[in-house]
Design a binder for this molecule. Structure first.
Ligand SMILES: Cc1cc2nc3c(=O)[nH]c(=O)nc-3n(C[C@H](O)[C@H](O)[C@H](O)COP(=O)(O)OP(=O)(O)OC[C@H]3O[C@@H](n4cnc5c(N)ncnc54)[C@H](O)[C@@H]3O)c2cc1C
Length: 554
């Protein structure tokens, strides 16, 4: 932890130097001593300390200074660091002013100049004040702070990105926190440019892209080498498992992930059916473990980085990255997964990120403390989210179109929901409209059995209505089914006919696409089982096919 600060202010350079020297000698090992030659420059220093979240323990300030007296400075400094102890340095003639300040400005002590010898006339007083301060001191949060508006999609994006990358942060709502308002002021940020992300080194970015945040927190977005044995696109369970097996078996491997490693599984609040974790584990935990394991074997992970296209040239496969650059490889694995399907009803698009969310349970749960939360969807992902929100929200209402959860949800979750008092399941119910000026204010729901339509106040609506592949960018290169899932292995052969353009003697391997050496695994694959374990299984098995492919091209 950074040392707490003692600030001394005096306009006389010789006195300032002497006070700072004495302070450093006695307290330098435990406190950082900062000196300023005027109230104005000390206030500037205080703003920087606020932005770095560094605590101030003590002000030792000369009373008689031009422009701003010691008392005037302390009045302002107090509002920034109300817990810091305040001591005035006075000449004999200023004694009356100092005594008045004890009453009016809540000065803790005044010391007379000269203070020699400090062992008798300075340190005992300051020791007392610092002990007092230390007793009530709670170390501040040292990580990243995000200052924003709860209903702003930009703020949601930053929080979601940090949460999904398992970066701890403190959220400060500009509407609720005076501290947040002051920090916005110190960093000269108006409301239009929120959120501000403050880093531990005092630097900040306003309304940043994921890429800007990624660079600050040390994520790698550019490839180290121009060529790899294997490029894996997608860092969900399938991609991570493939990365671990490939690198552990000696393949030079890079994994490219658009949002955050973990994929859909990374957004799950609790996975309870994955082998080896009898009490379940959060998706974030699974992702963190997978990333650590992959890195341990030397996998290079680029994130956030999106692959926009692929091309084939002889035995080389190239991927085009978002910034236009290319990297190439012998074998390519597409582990692209699926993305949330959008609900197409009036008002929803405009309010997405401002009370309406797809997935995102982790990032928003704390904000919903003691509120009513609505969840659309009846599959496992919706059930997990309902259980997770029930810990924070006053009440959770699940809206499902069917007559029960049994057709779409695992029994263990149905049982948990039934036992949770603050969850209600509304069957035969769908959302018809969402309303709100700048954030969600109400939803209109319709019961298909009774025909009843009602509008209810709502500030948070979380949608979990299934997912679709986003594979349009593979058009013309990789064979896909009518829904966009990638076709592999035996499924490529129609009516016993060999696939168009396939020139090799052998048939495609089980998980190979219509392009030799390009594989597809996990949820994005036509016919796959949409589960963590099956994604992990496919990613792992596929590495065997990569080896067999490489043995013929190398
Ligand atoms: C909320 C939730 C809870 C779930 N709970 C369970 C559960 O309890 N048990 C269970 O077995 N399953 C569960 N599932 C399903 C499970 O998470 C998925 O089956 C699994 O994550 C699929 O893994 P995947 O690697 O194939 O794809 P994904 O997890 O979807 O990962 C694909 C990754 O590829 C990235 N990507 C896509 N396109 C690109 C591109 N062009 N460039 C770079 N990166 C790209 C995406 O950003 C994503 O991170 C849950 C799913 C959800 C959403």
């Amino acid at each position: 932890m950074a040392k707490p600060v003692i600030i001394t202010v005096d306009d006389d350079p010789e006195v300032l130097q002497a006070v700072a020297r004495d302070l450093r000698q006695e307290y330098g090992d435990r406190f950082r001593i900062i000196r300023a030659d005027s109230g104005a420059s000390a206030l500037e220093a205080l703003e920087q300390l606020k932005l770095r979240n560094q605590p101030v323990s003590l002000f030792l300030v000369d009373q008689r200074m031009p422009q701003m007296s010691g008392v005037e400075f302390l009045e302002q400094a107090m509002s920034m660091f109300p817990d810091a102890k305040r001591a005035l340095l006075t000449a004999y003639a200023d004694t009356d002013a100092a005594i008045r300040a004890i009453n009016n400005t809540k000065i803790d002590y005044y010391l007379m100049k000269p203070w020699d010898p400090p062992e008798e006339r300075l340190y005992p007083v300051l020791d007392d004040l610092l002990d007092d301060w230390q007793a009530g001191f709670h170390p501040p949060f040292e990580g990243i702070r995000v200052i924003g508006n709860r209903w702003s999609p930009y703020s949601h994006q930053v929080k979601d990105f940090l949460a999904r990358n398992q970066v701890p942060y403190q959220w400060l709502d500009i509407e609720l926190s005076e501290e947040a308002q002051k920090l916005a002021e110190y960093s000269e940020c108006d409301k239009l440019h929120l959120p501000i992300v403050l880093f531990g080194d005092g630097s900040h970015v306003m309304q940043p892209t994921n890429l800007q945040v990624a660079e600050k927190i040390g994520l790698r977005t550019q490839a180290e080498k121009p060529f790899y044995d294997l490029i894996i696109v997608g860092g969900g369970p399938a991609g991570l498992a493939a990365a671990v097996y490939a690198a552990s078996e000696g393949l030079r491997t890079v994994m490219i992930e658009r949002e955050a490693p973990g994929g859909q599984a990374g957004t799950s609040s609790r996975i309870e059916n994955y082998l080896g974790f009898p009490t379940g584990l959060s998706g974030g935990d699974l992702a963190r473990r997978g990333v650590t394991q992959a890195k341990r074997f030397g996998v290079e992970i680029l994130t956030p980085q999106e692959v926009k296209g692929i091309r084939v040239e002889n035995q080389y496969r190239f991927v085009q990255l978002e910034d236009g650059s290319e990297i190439s490889c012998h074998a390519l694995m597409l582990a692209l997964g699926v993305s949330w399907r959008r609900l197409d009803i009036p008002g929803l698009d405009r309010l997405t990120g401002a009370g309406v969310y797809y997935g995102a349970a982790q990032a928003e749960a704390m904000s919903c403390q003691d509120e009513d939360v609505y969840i659309v969807g009846g599959a496992n992902s919706a059930g997990q989210a309902a259980m997770y929100f029930s810990r924070y929200a006053k009440h959770v209402t699940m809206l499902i179109r069917g007559d029960s959860l049994t057709k779409s949800m695992s029994q263990y979750l149905i049982d948990q929901i039934a036992q949770t008092l603050n969850i209600t399941v509304k069957t035969h119910t769908s959302v018809r409209e969402a309303k709100g000026e700048t954030s969600l204010e109400s939803i209109t729901i319709h019961n298909s059995l009774t025909g009843e339509t009602q509008t209810v106040p709502a500030t948070s609506l979380f949608i979990f209505i299934g997912a679709v592949p986003r594979t349009e960018w593979l058009d013309g290169v990789i064979e896909r089914d009518q829904h966009g899932y990638i076709i592999t292995g035996p499924d490529l052969q129609k009516d016993g006919q060999r696939i168009k353009g396939w020139t090799l003697e052998r048939d495609p391997f089980l998980l190979e696409t219509n392009i030799p050496g390009v594989f597809a695994v996990g949820d994005v694959r036509h016919g796959s089982v949409k589960r963590v374990a099956s994604g992990v299984g496919e990613g792992s098995i596929c590495v065997q096919f990569v080896h067999r492919y490489l043995s013929n091209v190398l």
